[in-house]
Design a binder for this molecule. Sequence first.
Ligand SMILES: [Zn+2]
Length: 243
Amino acid sequence: MALIRGKTARTLITFCVAVSVAWAPVSVARADSGGASPGDQPAHKIKQPDQESGGIVPGQPKPKVKPKKKASKKKATKKKSSKKKTVPKKPTLAPPTVTAAFPVWGVTWTYGDADMRFGAGRSGHIHQGQDVADAEGTPIVAPKAGEVSWTSFQDEGAGYYLVLRGTDNRDYVFMHLQKGSLKVRIGSIVKAGQRLASMGNTGHSTGPHLHFEIWLGGWYEKGGHAIDPLPQLKAWQKLPRRT
Ligand SMILES: [Zn+2]
């Protein structure tokens, strides 16, 4: 399918690449509320034995023993507070993530017959991607982290479609998406496995499926070209999904 792109789109993609926003989940370290000056109370209590022992009985052992006990409690309190400081660090560890994902989040998908493969003949052009068929509404997810560089609608061709510029500098193209299903817009930064849209049957399509392309060198940029995505899809289909 012949996709026509304006200079605006090329400029946008170039800009998006230059920006290359790194996104990471902000992990907020919880403020430790348990640090109410632990030394105050023990220090205060230590004074009391000293005052109480103020010359009533000249017996040596009692005053000596009591301050020692209080002192040990003081140390114990300090240890507890230091433990509390280390505990909140654990939740700040990065959650498990996936670095790649199969783009069709369904269970009944199929690559179909030879006519759905890369390089299959079409009227006036060749098929530049791999079709993956499943039920309408099946979630379409980002196979790699990246930035959505283009979304549009092409009535006689791609239908609702979007282009994702991966952090690996490859362009991933998703076509025939369900109307109104896009969860992202141009400029959206997405993680691998993040939902982009739903499988649809829009544009020039005879049944619900994802038309998926991988481009090297930029989607419809000078020197850019599509490659057969099937080997990559077969590698991704074995990967765990993002939950
Ligand atoms: Zn196709």
